[in-house]
Design a protein around this ligand. Structure first.
Ligand SMILES: *[C@@H]1O[C@H](CO)[C@@H](O)[C@H](O)[C@H]1NC(C)=O
Ligand SMILES: *[C@@H]1O[C@H](CO)[C@@H](O)[C@H](O)[C@H]1NC(C)=O
Length: 261
């Protein structure tokens, strides 16, 4: 959310100089608009400075990061057709865990023969009406994933998690990851950022309390081994084959794990 805000305010500042200089020459109502425009420009600059210096130390840097940044939850949405090709029937009962889960769940629900649920780890005060509807129906739950998920073992065929584990310390990951495996029957798919590539979004960092920590592929693989979670190699292979038919390079690490038996 914050990404869009910052981006659009910047555009306002860029293009702002044109109507502003034009209005100096026309004499009628635009002269009364001048103070208003000045105040607005000032406010926009203040907001930019506050975001820039407060969190990343420099305005320029924050804009660069904001532009280069995207979420793995968006990547999940894009990957749904690929996941369908990879998992086939195992996509019939899906749980998505992660921020903005309403968007993923809504999209999954459009697929034929797919039931979908979501766990939103963070508060959804600014969610739209359709998201609040999903919460009212119990399809999406707001739950702290540091604690046991409110579902029975093997409640879902597939569990997909994105942008959520990056915010957990190993101590909590030790509980959360086995719990995700517990509620799944045919696998857990993890979408997570690459270290150094993605930084926490301006708004999310404060919202989530602690900054995201992106771990390397080898870190994750060691961690899965400690948890006795095995990679589903055939799913990994199928997913990679299906993805390479698409054009865009993967922006997130994707792990396919087997559920516990
Ligand atoms: C997590 O669990 C593993 C294996 O059970 C253990 O070796 C490790 O010390 C734990 N880490 C934390 C931070 O609790
Ligand atoms: C591995 O993934 C495939 C989908 O590619 C799935 O059909 C299969 O059940 C999975 N195996 C295990 C043991 O989870």
């Amino acid at each position: 959310m914050a990404r869009r805000q910052v981006g659009s305010t910047r555009r306002l500042v860029d293009s702002g100089s044109f109507p502003f200089s034009g209005s100096l020459h026309s004499k009628d109502q635009s002269s009364s608009l001048l103070p208003v425009i000045l105040v607005l420009l000032g406010a926009v600059l203040l907001i930019c400075l506050a975001y820039g210096s407060g969190i990343f130390g420099s305005k320029l840097e924050s804009i660069n990061k904001v532009e280069g940044d995207f979420s793995c939850t968006l990547e999940v949405q894009r990957a749904i057709p690929i996941l369908k090709r990879t998992y086939g029937d195992s996509m019939h009962k899906v749980l998505h865990v992660g921020p903005d889960t309403c968007s993923v769940v809504s999209q999954l629900l459009k697929e034929e023969e797919t039931e979908a649920w979501g766990v939103e780890p963070y508060d959804i005060e600014d969610a739209d009406g359709s998201c609040k509807g999903l919460v009212r129906k119990g399809i999406v739950r707001v739950a702290d994933i540091k604690f046991s998920l409110p579902y029975r073992a093997k409640s879902f065929s597939l569990v997909i998690v994105s942008d959520a584990l990056d915010y957990l310390s190993p101590k909590y990951l030790n509980k959360t990851l086995p719990d995700l495996a517990r509620v799944s029957a045919d696998g857990v798919v993890i979408f997570t950022g690459y270290p150094g590539k993605q930084k926490a979004k301006v708004g999310e960092q404060s919202k989530f309390g602690r900054p995201a920590k992106m771990r390397s592929t080898s870190w994750w693989i060691r961690f899965f081994m400690q948890m006795s979670l095995e990679e589903n190699e055939s799913a990994t292979k199928k997913f990679e084959q299906a993805s390479s038919k698409g054009s865009d390079a993967p922006g997130c690490q994707v792990f396919h794990l087997k559920s516990y038996h």
